[in-house]
Ligand binder design. Structure first.
Ligand code: CDP
Length: 143
């Protein structure tokens, strides 16, 4: 999508926060395959995007998942931790519950999969998403 936010310009600028969602529905977690940029294309992530000025992380998550997937979600709890992305960007993850809609890869992704706990290792997650995915897995049914 449009790059509205640029990275920090001085070492003292706060990092840009990227909010991603561990989206659950009926005992499965949603994985999204990135279609761009080229260095990330083909890798799987928890869908999300950059916080915009004046937004809470929960508001950003609801907006991003509406834009990228065409669904309405209810944010839940934050998964503890913060993971560095490219310089000046950090990833924070919230759980979320699907309220309505069937996710479609409208923007930034070219494939989606709902994964049970035993299927989580079947996709090539972005390295920075792996700790959050591991934590998200603990909230899925064991079967
Ligand atoms: O949609 P928007 O342009 O706001 O953000 P994005 O391009 O989806 O994500 C911003 C940056 O965070 C990109 O470099 C993504 O690769 C990264 N990201 C990530 O590493 N893991 C995620 N779960 C979501 C985004």
């Amino acid at each position: 999508m449009t790059e509205r936010t640029t990275g920090p310009t001085t070492p003292h600028d706060p990092a840009v926060v990227v909010v991603a969602g561990a989206l659950y529905d009926r005992g499965r977690l949603l994985a999204a395959r990135r279609s761009a940029p080229v260095e990330l294309a083909g890798r799987w992530e928890l869908p999300g995007g950059k916080l915009e000025p004046g937004e809470s992380p929960e508001e950003a998550l609801v907006r991003e998942l509406r834009e990228e997937l065409g669904v309405e979600v209810e944010p839940g709890e934050r998964i503890p931790g913060e993971w560095p992305l490219k310089p000046g960007y950090v990833l924070r993850v919230w759980t979320a519950r699907l309220l309505s809609g069937e996710p479609r890869p409208l923007e930034d992704h070219d494939a989606l999969r709902w994964l049970t706990r035993s299927e989580l290792d079947s996709v090539d997650w972005l390295d920075q998403d792996r700790p959050a995915v591991a934590e998200a897995a603990r909230r899925l049914p064991a079967a």
